[in-house]
Design a protein around this ligand. Structure first.
Ligand code: SF4
Length: 324
């Protein structure tokens, strides 16, 4: 059954400080604080949509550090959401938070109110990257937190970033491998975008930080995507949405598609030789990914010396292909 979220943004609520790359007001496009009554009213309205009820829909609190909110306020949010969980209602609650804001007491509270999924913004499993990004916790804290969440019976989701200060592609692949070893089944991958007003923006303007190029970010994310897919990890999202506050970095409105196109290129090219012509058949729905944005894959095949035509074939499903 297809999963969906009713997202409630609580920008920066609970965050002990602003991480150098983050401005949730700009990232989420939400600039107001939401009260528990607002949550109740929003969900009452959402519950009118019968399609969402009885489906795999979660009520999701995003954009802050949910478990670091004042405990009474956190419980009030949970109580408001929990009114809408059950038979003929929404499935469960999902929250996102920091790895250093998880302990047994918090997990016990979350379980009382039907929280099923906890997403941790770990960003990296490399201590140098965490320190340079002033995240305020170590990779050991992140690891312990992930284990505690899983052992306590919650679904674990992880968010990672690429292109943070001191980061490398090798470190990103290492982070992905650690995520896989933790048996985490849901990830979000965010290449770093420099957002106006952040500490990272000051570093960028002072020449102390160089963001990834779009090509670097796509190449790295394509490797992460393949690694996660091979290990049955669902990629919930890649890249941030468009904002006029993006100052620099590998932003593209269809970033996820660029990555999937790159994955297709990397997969196909391994099966080709330069000495003959090929026809590659793909599903009509997959044509735009196979050909690539602005036909980038076709150009790249040609530039690399491959003679290849990609054609739509309604008999082919999803991301499958036939090479002739
Ligand atoms: S990255 Fe997470 S913890 Fe840091 S300021 Fe943003 S929402 Fe808060």
């Amino acid at each position: 059954m297809k999963h969906s979220n009713i997202s409630i943004f609580i920008p920066h609520l609970g965050c002990p400080f602003n991480c150098i790359f983050c401005d949730q007001y700009k990232i989420t496009g939400s600039d107001c604080s939401v009260t528990p009554l607002d949550v109740y009213n929003l969900l009452e309205k959402a519950a009118d949509d019968k399609k969402l009820l009885n489906s795999n829909t979660q009520i999701a609190f995003f954009g802050g550090s949910f478990t670091a909110i004042d405990k009474n306020l956190m419980i009030d949010y949970l109580k408001a959401a929990n009114e809408f969980i059950g038979d003929n209602m929404f499935d469960s609650i999902r929250i996102s938070t920091r790895p250093d804001c998880i302990n047994n007491d918090i997990l016990e509270t979350l379980s009382i109110y039907n929280v099923k999924t906890i997403e941790l913004g770990i960003q990296s499993f490399d201590d140098q990257v965490l320190a340079a990004s002033k995240r305020g916790y170590s990779s050991k804290t992140a690891q312990d937190s992930c284990v505690l969440i899983s052992e306590s019976g919650f679904e674990l989701g992880l968010q990672m970033m690429c292109g943070l200060p001191c980061d490398t592609e090798q470190k990103d692949l290492y982070t992905a491998e650690r995520i896989i070893r933790l048996n985490c089944k849901q990830v979000r991958i965010y290449p770093v975008i420099v957002i106006k007003g952040t500490k990272l923006c000051q570093m960028y303007q002072a020449g102390e930080y160089i963001p990834l190029s779009l090509k670097q970010a796509v190449d790295t994310c394509a490797k992460l995507y393949s690694l996660f897919r091979q290990n049955d990890v669902t990629i919930l999202k890649m890249g941030l949405h468009s904002s006029s506050d993006n100052v620099a970095g590998p932003f593209h409105p269809a970033f996820g598609e660029l990555v999937r196109s790159r994955v297709f290129y990397n997969t196909i090219v391994k099966e080709l030789s330069k000495s003959r012509q090929y026809i590659v058949r793909v599903s009509p729905d997959f044509m735009s990914i196979a050909v690539g944005n602005s036909k980038i894959n076709l150009s790249q095949f040609k530039n690399e010396g491959y003679d290849i035509k990609i054609i739509p074939d309604p008999k082919i499903n999803k991301e499958n292909y036939i090479i002739e």
